[in-house]
Design a protein around this ligand. Structure first.
Ligand code: GDP
Length: 358
């Protein structure tokens, strides 16, 4: 499954957040036989539609989609030069599908900032610069070999051209993700460049900032089009010790309407370019993770490869139509249940029953 790699300068609250992510015990509860790597934190994607489906179908249980975050040791200035965590760190980021940077906004005299000042956007810049420098190095190192191979192989010639184009963008201080429309993504793939990955920013803030809409809008705008999440990592850790009612009270006291981990799950899912479809029955109501743009057979394959191979058609009703109708029979009577074939592109909130032959 796809993962977001958590990065950030030292002392910004990465461990605090990561502990909250690993302690919410989603996998242990729902997937008892899953093996969880120690550096992976999993959160459920909150989805109120599942509750309604479980009601309509009298489902015994609910299985939401999940989002996985991988803890990657702290980045320090000069990481691209092999200082600090250096190479291991960069290797770990390469394996993640998106980069989630925790940024310190909270001010606390007892917690030292590596650069001696609280300046979230400067911190964002530090990490971005390190990743850009690392990509420039990767390209510089690969080019001589690629250019030699390109004389014999036309495909490699395309990679060379794409790498040079990418180099110019990086030299201008831009990430390749921000220049998506200008690069040849497929030709660059084999270089595993880091700044092609989507970014997500988690601003770790206290109540003062969490309740300051202007300040949040300013930070949000500065990192757009990347997603921004605002939370208080320390509060998130405390929430897990409380029952739902006390947790909501604590959240409200810091100006939040939902747990930060919920917002984080949603933003992480969006950043990875994922969406869900739903299945429901007496056993379970469940969300399945697919990529945006996936066709029906591909989506069926998420449940079982045989579903994809033997795909015939899909019986689909949108959640909102089913919700309004109140039952599958009523939705059918109202003409809201469609049969879709193998070219159908899945829409968010499709409630599906697959028809396949084995
Ligand atoms: P890391 O080095 O990025 O992993 O940072 P840690 O999670 O170890 O946090 C560094 C210090 O900052 C710890 O003492 C935390 O308790 C504290 N800290 C983390 N998040 C917050 C926060 O939101 N507010 C405040 N005031 N302190 C925090």
């Amino acid at each position: 499954s796809l993962t977001l790699g958590i990065v950030g300068l030292p002392n910004v609250g990465k461990s605090t957040l990561f502990n909250a992510l690993t302690r919410n015990d989603v996998l242990a509860a729902n997937y008892p036989f899953a093996t969880i790597e120690p550096n992976v934190g999993v959160v459920e994607l909150p989805d109120a539609r599942l509750l309604r489906l479980a009601e309509i179908f009298s489902s015994e249980r609910i299985l939401p989609a999940t989002v996985s975050f991988v803890d990657i040791a702290g980045i320090v200035k000069g990481a691209s030069e092999g200082e600090g965590m250096g190479n291991q760190f960069l290797a770990n980021i390469r394996e993640a599908d998106a980069i989630c940077q925790v940024v310190r906004v909270f001010d606390d005299g007892d917690v030292v900032h590596v650069d001696g000042r609280i300046d979230p956007l400067a911190d964002v810049q530090v990490i971005e610069t390190e990743l850009i420098l690392a990509d420039i190095q990767t390209i510089e190192k690969a080019l001589p070999r690629l250019e030699k191979e390109a004389r014999k192989n036309k495909d490699v010639a395309e990679t060379v051209a794409a790498a040079k184009q990418a180099q110019e963008i990086l030299d201008a201080g831009r990430t390749l993700f921000s220049a998506q429309d200008e690069i040849d993504g497929p030709a660059l793939r084999e270089l595993h460049l880091m700044t092609t990955k989507p970014f997500l920013y988690v601003f770790n803030a206290d109540e003062g900032v969490l309740t300051d809409e202007d300040r949040k809008a300013e930070l949000r705008k500065a990192v757009a089009p990347a997603d921004a999440v605002f939370l208080d990592a320390k509060v998130e850790a405390e929430l897990l010790e409380l029952d739902r009612e006390d947790a909501m009270e604590l959240l409200e006291s810091v100006g939040q309407t939902e747990p930060g981990l919920d917002s984080l799950a949603r933003a992480g899912f969006h950043t990875l370019g994922l969406q869900t479809y739903l299945t429901a029955g007496p056993k379970e109501s469940r969300a399945w993770t697919i990529r945006k743009g996936d066709t029906a057979p591909k989506a069926a394959g998420v449940i079982h490869t045989d579903f994809e191979k033997g795909f015939i058609k899909a019986e689909i009703v949108s959640f909102s139509d089913l919700d309004a109708a109140g039952s599958m029979a009523a939705a059918k009577a109202a003409g809201k249940v469609r049969m879709e074939g193998k070219d159908y592109v899945m829409a968010d909130g499709d409630v599906v029953e697959w028809r396949f032959s084995l």
